[in-house]
Ligand binder design. Structure first.
Ligand code: GN1
Ligand code: MG
Length: 367
């Protein structure tokens, strides 16, 4: 798309911007994000984002969730006496017609939000102290939303982390074998299916209400936190999947990336190991915020949640691979298979580390 049509989109939002340039930004697997630089140089910049409406089938509903969530957090920050509210919560701009998005002539949905200046996103955490801070930020986020009624938000992707439903999708992709990839991959299929009874326990716990349904972020990769230059956490971003869920999803998904010494798509499986100091710091940071509201059964399942999220993500990457790579953006042929193998290897690593992880959770909740 040309800059002029980008600026035409921006002009339909209820804000006057003097645009200098618009350029592609970031590494998300789902949406397309552009940085809108404005003039004069010191004026705030904005992010223009195309929401993937093939994946988020109800973008107006999703944007309504985001407005409820960000307003709720904004009120809490003001109550807490926070002076830099606009750096601590995302600010979305409404369109001139009052909607929280504009449509282009191809039916795409575009949103505009304030760019938080002078901050950074990290893809890897080196220092345990930073993991502690990241975890406190995710725990605090859940706490800020704890008094929102569960039915206030819709499910932006129905059954997003529902292991039973994900397993059904996986079975369907095996039966359909749309890309003819099943025969070559029996070992990996068996590794995923062999763990399904143990792993679907999380969903059974939500179904029988032994696990509480909360408002959760549901995509707690480390690159969804903004840090300032001194590594203080500023703001949780990527709110598209904020919806009813289990606190365990957020803890487990963060450890899926943070507790792994290698990236989620590491081709060399020997590089995948459990990062104990980071796990320990993350657990302590998370519980420093979350132990006031978590139930004993949630705390007892924190270590399990890490295995659950690795298993679920392996299955999601592999379902997409079997379906012919239609969901995740991929960088090369077979990328989803590499991702799957890396997630399965990480799952095995977590299984080997379970006793250590359980001990850390126990010690951390006593702090
Ligand atoms: C997607 O777009 P991104 O990278 O924030 C995905 C997450 C996966 C993640 C795997 C809506 O997140 O659920 O865990 O890729 N988001 C959606 O890296 O499916
Ligand atoms: Mg993201």
């Amino acid at each position: 798309m040309s800059t002029s049509s980008f600026s035409e989109l921006v002009s339909r939002f209820d804000i006057d911007l003097n645009i200098n340039e618009i350029a592609l930004f970031g590494t998300g697997h789902i949406n397309d994000t552009y940085l809108v630089r404005t003039l004069p140089a010191e004026a705030p910049d904005y992010m223009l984002q195309r929401k993937n409406h093939k994946i988020f089938k109800d973008v107006p509903g999703m944007m309504n969730n985001i407005v409820i969530t960000t307003n709720h957090i904004r009120h809490q920050l003001i109550k807490e006496g926070e002076t830099e509210v606009d750096r601590k919560v995302m600010t979305y701009i409404a369109a001139k017609n009052g909607e929280m998005f504009v449509n282009d002539d191809q039916g795409n949905f575009w949103t505009l939000f304030l760019f938080i200046a002078d901050c950074k996103v990290v893809e890897n955490i080196g220092e345990p102290e930073q993991a502690f801070r990241a975890a406190s930020a995710f725990g605090h986020f859940q706490k800020q939303l704890a008094d929102l009624p569960g039915n206030a938000l819709i499910e932006t992707i129905p059954n997003f982390h529902n292991g039973i439903s994900r397993l059904n999708d996986f079975h369907a992709s095996i039966s359909n074998d749309a890309a003819g990839r099943v025969a070559d991959n029996q070992i990996i299929i068996n590794k995923i299916l062999g763990r399904s009874t143990a792993m679907t326990a999380l969903q059974r716990g939500l179904d029988d209400k032994s696990l509480p349904l909360r408002i959760t972020h549901n995509d707690t990769k480390i690159n969804n936190i903004l840090f300032d230059q001194d590594n203080n956490t500023l703001c949780i971003i990527d709110l598209d999947t904020v919806m009813p869920g289990s606190a365990l999803y957020d803890f487990g998904d963060a450890i899926r990336t943070l507790g792994n010494t290698a990236p989620e798509d590491e081709p060399d499986l020997a590089k995948i190991a459990f990062n104990k100091p980071i796990f320990e710091a993350f657990t302590q940071g998370y519980l420093s915020e979350a132990k006031t509201f978590l139930t004993p059964i949630e705390i007892n399942n924190l270590a399990f949640s890490c295995r659950y999220m690795a298993w679920e993500q392996a299955m999601r990457f592999f379902t997409d691979y079997l379906n012919g790579d239609t969901y995740y953006k991929t960088e090369y042929p077979g990328h989803n298979l590499v991702r799957t193998k890396a997630q399965v290897r990480y799952l095995e690593v977590l299984e080997e580390s379970n006793a250590v992880m359980e001990a850390i959770v126990n010690e951390s909740q006593a702090l």
